[in-house]
Design a protein around this ligand. Structure first.
Ligand SMILES: [Zn+2]
Length: 198
């Protein structure tokens, strides 16, 4: 409506189709219903820069194989408060803007941007081929105000000519963080690649 003030948020109330059974979140098989959990909210991609939230009370189902479990929710990953679409959206923008700018522009916390990039990188690690990486670089990202270890992230990149991509991120910038990162990348990457500390 012209002249109306901008709404603070759009809430999308999602309801399960009454004739369709929920699916087990482990094996994705349709199972008899068990009960319904409390309503939850997930942040979706903003429309016209207005924050959008999905609101839904997940069902629990009784799977013959996995027992009573939460149903599979196609837009959700576990307890994460952002939809998969929003995590992909933020992670992609975080490659073009700084993480801080991404958080400001899309009115989310810095933590949400960090979690989205982390989720995207983890997903990538599980789904892509890591062989043939010749050089990896380690860098740090500072956020927040202080200079405490908690205000830094350690990031590991592939920095081969023609292929620069984020491979791993972890909280803090300690030796332990770096060791965890190198372990996560595994022997396919680490012994073969030259490590460049930036
Ligand atoms: Zn199951």
């Amino acid at each position: 409506m012209l002249g109306a003030s901008k709404p603070e948020a759009i809430e999308v109330r999602v309801a399960a189709h009454s004739s369709m059974r929920g699916r087990c979140s482990q094996c994705h098989v349709a199972c008899p219903g068990y009960d319904r959990l409390e309503q939850r909210r997930w942040q979706f991609v903003p429309l016209w820069n207005i924050p959008v939230w999905f609101v839904y009370a997940p069902r629990r189902v009784e799977c013959p194989q996995h027992g009573v479990v939460v149903e599979r929710i196609p837009w959700s990953d576990g307890k994460r408060p952002l939809t998969l679409a929003m995590m992909g959206f933020l992670a992609r923008w975080a490659r073009r803007l700084s993480w801080r700018e991404t958080a400001e522009v899309f009115q989310v916390s810095w933590e949400s941007v960090y979690r989205s990039v982390e989720w995207f990188v983890e997903w990538g690690l599980a789904h892509r081929v890591l062989s043939g990486i010749e050089a990896i670089g380690v860098d740090e990202i500072h956020w927040g105000h202080g200079l405490k270890a908690d205000n830094f992230l350690t990031v590991i990149y592939q920095i081969d000519a023609g292929c620069r991509r984020l491979l791993w991120i972890g909280k803090r910038r300690t030796e332990k963080t770096l060791r965890l990162g190198l372990e996560a990348l595994g022997p396919a990457v680490v012994p073969g690649a030259a490590l460049c500390l930036q």
